[in-house]
Design a binder for this molecule. Structure first.
Ligand code: NAP
Length: 451
């Protein structure tokens, strides 16, 4: 073997970085990795998903960043697979390709009124407040300025993040790396009531206790349980008894259930057992119709036929992320993942040689950042097991850096370009008394990468 085994990792979020780390830190086979990302910056959801005020979770990027220092690792940012280079080409240039491009689309509710002005997806809102280059700076200025009371549909951690960002006073958030236009729009926000709406009970919510508790720790905001918070059905009682995490979540909600409105400036209202059935409004959102639900013995919700209106002028759906297909790779349209066995991509029942998958596009949008490490390690173990059999291993050596030639004059941000962006963001932040300020504009990012 005269050259290292060559791997392309598509996507530089946690699963891509953990897969790369697992590949270059083993010693059985010399491996080189090109990490390809459509954005000019690495780290995916750690940069554009984790809430900016969750500083300790965001600091995981320092760990991920170290992977880029490995001499066998290159970062090729601002390169989109399917547009700048095809998967077919990558399979010629590399011995193996690991798809770790995540699940970035929002899921819809499929109810009337969803398309009204003032009805938005949490995924877009999160992209905006984290400074994602695909989101216009003024995308949510009108939404924030013209809404007073919004419903956040879904009771997972993204819903909690969005609720917290909307409910914090400006001085509770302005130490973060959010772009300046985001602070300005949040300062001008008219929203004082946020209604968190779950279609099942507190025992079935998917948020985690630490994140949930934070809602009760905001300086100017009270948490009120509006409806459906009781835990008296068979499934919920059993879940509390059997699962400590569920019991902790339920205890937090119960702790709030006695709260009465103390007249504070901002309120978070928890609504459980409420299934959204329609968003009302002529030109923009004027209310959310929900149907009261009951839970069966398995904790699944069914409608009672009784409906009522939650008075809101904005709706944010936070009902999960959705993976999308990549040309040339099988896709499971029902689960929105790439079919695989332990990370080996399957075409029917047969593994597609040299193509692997890790992270959310492998298993769906679940788990915390650390979940992706175990997941990526499993995929890499399969890849290394197959390495000797992969045709390219013994085939004609691919031309060194063939991908670079294929990219032609595309502006590619390498590791040093990313380091320049990083330095520019730190310098901008320092000029405002912060650790960092995110650069959101793609042209500005590319310019900073060239400095
Ligand atoms: P999630 O945890 O799957 O929550 C989705 C929520 O949407 C659930 O409450 C679900 O209710 C609800 N839902 C789905 N379809 C619905 C419908 N048609 N009508 C009403 N409600 C509906 O997803 P997520 O909040 O997007 O988070 C994704 C992943 O990222 C999770 O693993 C999460 O823990 C993680 N994350 C972690 C953090 C953190 O650790 N701080 C922060 C953000 C995200 P049902 O259960 O009834 O389906």
């Amino acid at each position: 073997m005269t050259r290292p085994f060559r791997v392309a990792v598509i996507g530089s979020g946690p699963s891509g970085m953990y897969a790369t780390d697992a590949l270059v830190s083993q010693e059985d086979i010399p491996v080189s990795v090109d990490i390809i990302d459509r954005l000019p910056t690495p780290f995916g959801l750690v940069r554009y998903g984790v809430a900016p005020d969750h500083l300790s979770i965001r600091s995981v990027r320092d760990t991920l960043d170290k992977v880029l220092d490995h001499p066998g690792v290159r970062f090729l940012g601002n390169v989109e697979v399917g547009r700048d280079v095809s998967l077919v080409q990558l399979r010629e240039f590399y011995d193996a390709v690991v798809l770790t491009y995540g699940a970035s689309r929002d899921r819809g509710l499929g109810i009337p009124g969803e398309e009204l002005a003032g009805s938005i997806a949490a995924t877009d809102f999160v992209n905006w407040y984290t400074g994602h280059p695909d989101t216009s700076p003024d995308a949510f200025s009108d939404f924030l300025a013209s809404s007073t009371s919004v419903a956040v549909i879904g009771v997972g951690n993204v819903a909690v993040d969005v609720t917290r960002v909307l409910s914090k006073a400006p001085d509770e958030i302005e130490h973060t790396d959010m772009p300046e236009h985001v602070f300005a729009a949040l300062r001008a926000s008219g929203i004082h009531d946020v209604h968190l709406v779950g279609r099942r009970g507190p025992a079935q919510a998917t948020w985690t206790t630490k994140e949930l508790r934070e809602l009760g720790e905001l300086a100017q905001t009270q948490v009120l349980v509006a409806e459906g918070g009781e835990v008296d059905d068979v499934a919920s009682v059993r879940a509390v008894a059997e699962d400590k995490a569920v019991a902790r979540n339920v205890a937090v909600v119960e702790g709030w259930s006695g709260h009465v409105d103390d007249g504070r400036e901002r309120s978070i209202h928890l609504h459980f057992r409420c299934r959204p059935v329609e968003i009302l409004g002529k030109d923009r959102v004027e209310g959310l119709v929900v149907e009261t639900t009951t839970l069966d013995d398995e904790g699944q919700a069914s409608g009672t036929g009784q409906t009522h209106v939650i008075a809101v002028d904005g709706v944010i759906r936070s009902v999960g992320y959705r993976g999308t297909a990549l040309e040339g790779v099988p896709f499971d349209d029902r689960r929105n993942v790439i079919p695989n066995r332990e990370g080996r991509v399957l075409d029917g029942d047969t593994p597609l040689p040299g193509v692997y998958v890790a992270g959310w596009i492998k298993r769906g949008p679940t788990g915390i950042i650390g979940t992706n490490k175990k997941d990526a390690v499993q995929t890499v173990a399969c890849l290394l097991e197959d390495a000797a059999d992969l045709a390219a291993w013994t085939a004609v050596q691919p031309e060194t850096m063939a991908v670079d030639a294929a990219l032609g004059d595309r502006v590619v941000v390498g590791t040093s370009g990313w380091r320049s962006i990083d330095a520019a963001e730190r310098a901008l932040g320092a000029s405002r008394g912060r650790d960092r300020t995110t650069l959101h504009d793609r042209a500005v990012l590319l310019e900073a990468a060239g400095d």
